[in-house]
Write a protein that binds this ligand. Structure first.
Ligand code: EPZ
Length: 426
């Protein structure tokens, strides 16, 4: 079994480069299906979620060439059957984007119902509502969602909830529909804007991405393109949180500071010093941090994908903090693991009350999901003693070279393999 082992107490120094955005990559790669030519995608993070999406396209008949660690060339013209492999799709939420991409290209899609997640139900009712308004019908058979349409006709779609996935999927279904589609109450995350820019680089006509009203004029065909993915604002925020928790002075490079605004503001409120440059931020933390309250919201609010990481910092801040998880129903599973390290946190539904303690103690913990796993590393860096983190597959699927990057800024961290008691370091 693989574990990540951290000996806490080191202050972090030096610089770390941020990779391409996972949540942009897992939307843009399925969008390649809509193209009638070859697409070259650059600055792709080399992580499992992205490689899985590419594997699904390959299994469907697309030609995938890896140019280098972060660049793929994808030729979707070999895809004949708009059916995504059940065994691969069911393990990853983002594969639901294949519904919109295949429907938009073939007027038909068969994709496994996306699996649940470690923090509550992951519904797709808004995705299906959008497809229906464009003229598609669907049914669920053998765990597969089967969607089809004689034609896709542009229409007015008002999303009941601000949903990243529904906004992505409706965009993908609408770019080749006949006429104009308006998406109201759309998600505004940086990866929504990145997807719109990618689609427009293929010849689509998408306007208003980044606001809550996106207007799409359908086009007949989309050409191949070359596109570079934006940096990952959640990966950047995770490294910023690590410096806030462990202390030190680190330059975080290859970021778009504007995408980090809500994270920067919250860390500054806690007493972290942050210097913003064109494509980097310097994070400096000396002395104990102050308590604060956090409420997660759709962008540009404080991102839910940074909620476990900020809680890990607040566990040793001076005073009592309240974290309100307003996006997901049950995203506090990691609290049990922080308690093993001595955190004093009580959870009631969507609220966590965190009483700051002087320090945490290393302990054996689990990564309950991707961002919870990142929070365990952050807590361990600032803790006294050794922390062993299990189930690190969750972390590795979304953070490129996570052990190597933390080690490069001075963390005492390594990946170890334990097999019937024998342990060896990776
Ligand atoms: C995306 O998930 C991200 N995943 C999540 O990041 C992120 O937490 C989430 O957006 C919110 O920002 C990817 O981009 C691959 P939603 P998604 O649809 O699209 C409800 C990570 O760590 N909802 O915006 O599944 C839903 O229950 C991952 O990188 C419906 O009710 O999230 C939730 O309460 C974890 N009906 C809220 O909307 C629907 O049809 C937001 O969900 C869809 C969603």
């Amino acid at each position: 079994m693989e574990k990540i082992v951290v000996n806490g107490g080191n202050k972090l120094h030096g610089s770390v480069k941020i990779s391409g955005a996972k949540n942009a990559a897992v939307a843009i790669i399925p969008a390649v299906v809509l193209s009638d030519g070859v697409c070259r995608i650059e600055n792709i993070p080399n992580i499992q979620d992205v490689n899985l999406i590419a594997e699904i396209l390959h299994k469907m008949g697309a030609k995938i060439s890896r140019i280098n660690k972060t660049t793929l060339e994808i030729d979707p013209r070999g895809i004949r059957e708009p059916v995504a492999a059940y065994d691969l799709v069911r393990h990853m939420r983002a594969s639901s984007y294949l519904m919109g991409a295949l429907l938009g290209k073939f007027l038909r899609a068969e994709v496994a119902l996306p699996g649940g997640c470690d923090f509550g139900v992951r519904p797709v009712d808004q995705h299906l509502k959008g497809f229906g308004i464009l003229g598609a019908t669907h049914n669920v058979e053998g765990g597969m969602i089967k969607i089809k349409a004689d034609r896709l006709v542009g229409n007015h779609i008002y999303l009941d909830v601000v949903s990243v996935g529904a906004t992505v999927n409706v965009m993908l279904a609408a770019v080749k529909a006949e006429g104009r589609t308006t998406i109201e109450n759309a998600a505004k995350e940086p990866h929504i804007v990145d997807l719109a820019n990618f689609l427009n680089s293929m010849g689509a006509d998408v306007r208003g991405a980044g606001t809550d009203v996106i207007k799409i004029n359908g086009v007949k065909s989309l050409r191949g393109t070359t596109y570079s993915i934006i940096p990952d604002q959640i990966e950047a925020g995770t490294y910023m949180a690590a410096v806030a928790c462990a202390g030190g002075n680190v330059l975080i490079e290859n970021v778009i500071p504007k995408h980090l605004e809500s994270i920067t503001a919250k860390l500054r409120e806690m007493g972290v010093k942050i210097e913003e440059y064109d494509d980097s931020v310097r994070v400096i933390r000396e002395g104990r941090l102050r308590r604060c309250n956090v409420k997660t919201m759709p962008h540009p609010g404080f991102p839910t994908d940074m909620q476990p990481q900020i809680a890990a910092i607040l566990a040793t801040a001076d005073g009592t903090s309240i974290v309100n998880e307003a996006v997901w129903d049950n995203r506090f599973k990691y609290v049990e693991e922080l308690r093993r390290m001595g955190a004093v946190i009580s959870v009631d539904g969507k609220l966590a009350v965190i009483e700051g303690v002087d320090h945490l103690e290393g302990a054996p913990v689990k990564a309950t999901d991707l961002r919870a796993g990142a929070a365990m590393i952050i807590a361990a860096l600032g803790a006294k003693g050794t922390t062993r983190i299990e189930d690190i597959r969750h972390i590795e699927r979304g953070y490129e070279d996570v052990v190597e990057k933390f080690a490069s800024i001075g963390a005492d961290i390594k990946r170890v393999y334990t097999n019937d008691g024998a342990t060896r370091t990776a």
